[in-house]
Write a protein that binds this ligand. Structure first.
Ligand code: SF4
Length: 386
């Protein structure tokens, strides 16, 4: 099997349960009592065995990422069972980077210690906001102090990496209030911050409230200002924007798992809605809906909902989109060697103009500067790929 570059694969495990569904969320999630969780774990076990029969020859997993949903709703003993099943069926790197997404209200000193004991090195906290009014607006169940306590608990048990998610773009959010939140985030001293723009996804309660006029969307220019303000404030505090939405304190704090997605490395996704990629051209994905995913596995069938083989043009387009969003940049030489497309020749005038305007740097690798990264998606869309 061909692998992109020399990267070992990553494993993503989707845990679809949340204590309560946030009104803006459009992920594959559900609330779940213990019986529902046990049924999910049985199906996940079956999927691990099926996937091992199909992909057991993959190189050792270098990263395992428990996302969701809220994986922290599973007790440590259940997380441990999943990890045992993965280790029984796949090869796992000795230097495994294990990440858990957690909601602040699930993090206590005791449970954080148990996660560390299981080998989790990175904790990604769904903080979302550091302002009680904003948390209330988002329909979250925790308050700012809960988020602070969660970071303290993670620090007390020495996670290698503590990351927090922040959301911007809520109605009424001003530069001043956002600045206070960013300051509060910096004071917490996480190693990593991910920024998300609030999106009104169709069929969510937020979407319905938008349609009925109960909510108003923040105008696009104001959202762009909030983003640029975050870049400036976080950079000033020592956080590098190594990807449009991701900021780290130093290289060591960059997400090893997300890199798999951005660099066309192989990754396997298990659980409802999870996507996989073979590191070459093949991508496949599971049923999004928990009962459908479970029913297929209970019948001993594959839980796949679809698959596609990417053609060269699609792969180049993805490489451009991913590359232009990262500080590492778009590796023109690698794209030419791997996919046979000379992007420099196709875009010489455009690239030179961007270099002159200070939007990008470099020749073999096209690296967006901070001002280029702020409009990365727009630049990527202008690049001719064939
Ligand atoms: S906790 Fe996260 S995954 Fe769960 S409903 Fe809220 S936003 Fe969605």
């Amino acid at each position: 099997m061909p692998y992109a570059a020399d990267m070992n694969p990553g494993l993503y495990i989707h845990v679809p349960f949340c204590a309560r569904i946030c009104p803006y969320c459009d992920f594959a999630v559900t609330t779940g009592a213990e019986a529902k969780r046990r049924a999910y774990l049985r199906s996940l076990d079956a999927e691990i065995e099926q996937a091992a029969a199909a992909h057991g020859d993959w190189l050792a997993f270098e990263t395992i990422y428990f996302g969701g949903g809220t994986p922290s709703v599973l007790p440590p003993a259940q997380l441990s069972d999943i990890l045992d099943a993965v280790r029984r069926n796949f090869s796992v790197s000795e230097d495994l980077w294990l990440t858990l997404e957690a909601n602040p209200e699930d993090v206590t000193d005791e449970v954080a210690g148990a996660w560390r004991h299981l080998g989790f090195r990175s904790l990604s906290l769904g903080v979302q906001a550091l302002d009680d009014e904003r948390l209330d607006f988002l329909g979250r169940t925790h308050v700012t102090e809960t988020a602070r306590d969660a970071v303290r608990a993670a620090r007390s048990v020495d996670f290698d990496l503590v990351s927090i998610d922040l959301m911007f773009g809520a109605t009424g959010q001003t530069q001043r209030s956002w600045s206070r939140e960013l300051e509060a985030a910096i004071e917490l001293q996480p190693d990593h911050i991910s920024l998300y723009q609030l999106t009104y996804h169709e069929d969510t309660p937020f979407w319905k409230w938008l349609q009925s006029g109960r909510r108003a969307e923040l105008p696009e220019p104001q959202q762009a200002d909030l983003y640029l303000q975050a870049v400036e404030q976080l950079s000033g505090a020592g956080f590098d924007a190594y990807e449009v939405s991701n900021f780290s304190r130093g290289r060591k704090a960059e997400s090893r798992h997300n890199r798999k997605y951005w660099e066309h490395a192989p990754y396997l996704g298990l659980g409802p809605s999870a996507h996989s990629f073979d590191g070459d051209r093949r991508r496949w994905w599971n049923h999004r809906n928990l009962p459908q995913w479970e029913a297929a596995l209970e019948r001993g069938e594959s839980p796949l909902a679809g698959a596609e083989t990417l053609d060269t043009d699609e792969l180049v387009t993805e490489a451009v989109m991913f590359g232009m969003r990262t500080r590492k940049g778009l590796d023109l030489a690698e794209v030419e060697a791997r996919l046979g497309v000379d992007l420099e020749a196709l875009n010489e005038v455009r690239f030179n103009e961007w270099r002159n305007r200070g939007l990008v740097k470099g020749h073999r690798v096209l690296r967006p500067t901070p001002s280029g990264m702020a409009i990365a998606d727009r630049l990527a869309a202008e690049i001719l790929t064939g």
